[in-house]
Write a protein that binds this ligand. Sequence first.
Ligand code: CP
Ligand code: NVA
Length: 304
Amino acid sequence: MKRDLISVADIAFDLDDIIDLSISLKRNRYESSDTIKNRVLAMIFEKPSTRTRVSFEVAMQQLGGHSIYLNPNDMQLGRGETISDTGMVLSGFVDAIAYRAYKHENMIKLAEGSKVPVINALDNVEHPVQIIADFMTMREIFGNIEGRKIAYVGDGNNVANSLILGAASLGVDISVGCPKGYYPDKDIIELGKELTADTGSKIEIVEDPAQAVQDADVVYTDVWVSMGEESEKEKKEKIFGKYQVNASLMDKASRNAIFLHCLPAHRGLEVTDEVIDGIRSRVFQQAENRMHTEKAVLLYLIQN
Ligand code: CP
Ligand code: NVA
């Protein structure tokens, strides 16, 4: 049976192994794979992308396969063909589909209509492929990450949701510091709490960013205005001002804390230059790891 990667919950019990595989793939960057040879990945992107698009394309090429980048406006999707019919048709041509969508419900419809694995390349609810690279980066830096603490400061968005599920799956504590009204998704928090039954990690949502970063090994932030929310820019920039990750907030975290950001960053808003360019920042290592983790995901989902 095909497996999809729509939510981190879909790989909760395999996340550790996928990270191990990513680390070994990083050591053997140009090694191709019989699993992927001649296989094709279709990539439907409704929103812009630098990291996700390029990392998947290079990953497929280096593993010996191919990818096709599809803009919905150039497809019949743009003229009303359903996403589910599109999935059914593409399943006859390709071996997996990566989809960046505005609406989570369309992600589900595509997965229901496809006979091949569907990979969530970001939607309004989750960004699962991002957080695999985030936890891989933590593993490279800290070794064993069980019992470590992440502080996510800012908007309780798709990245925050996936980080909660990843932390809960891996035994990492997570404290989310964000304003009321911008908390992560309720159902995700519930699901995260269920996952902690096996791992014992703690999930905490607080309003005070200083409280969130206390004793944190990782301080993580993302943009305040996600793709598709441009009309809320002015309002959100006012509300989120005190959630900026700056040197003074970093000083409140653990002494050896690192800084992570999924990128793209809006310097001077959610993070200052001083922090993102400073010695604690590992954002470019984190970005490179996107490619190694995309390879692991492709090998994991595309069956022989
Ligand atoms: N972090 C991330 O997904 O970046 P892109 O939007 O550039 O793919
Ligand atoms: N939360 C951001 C992540 C971008 C990679 C967005 O959805 O735009």
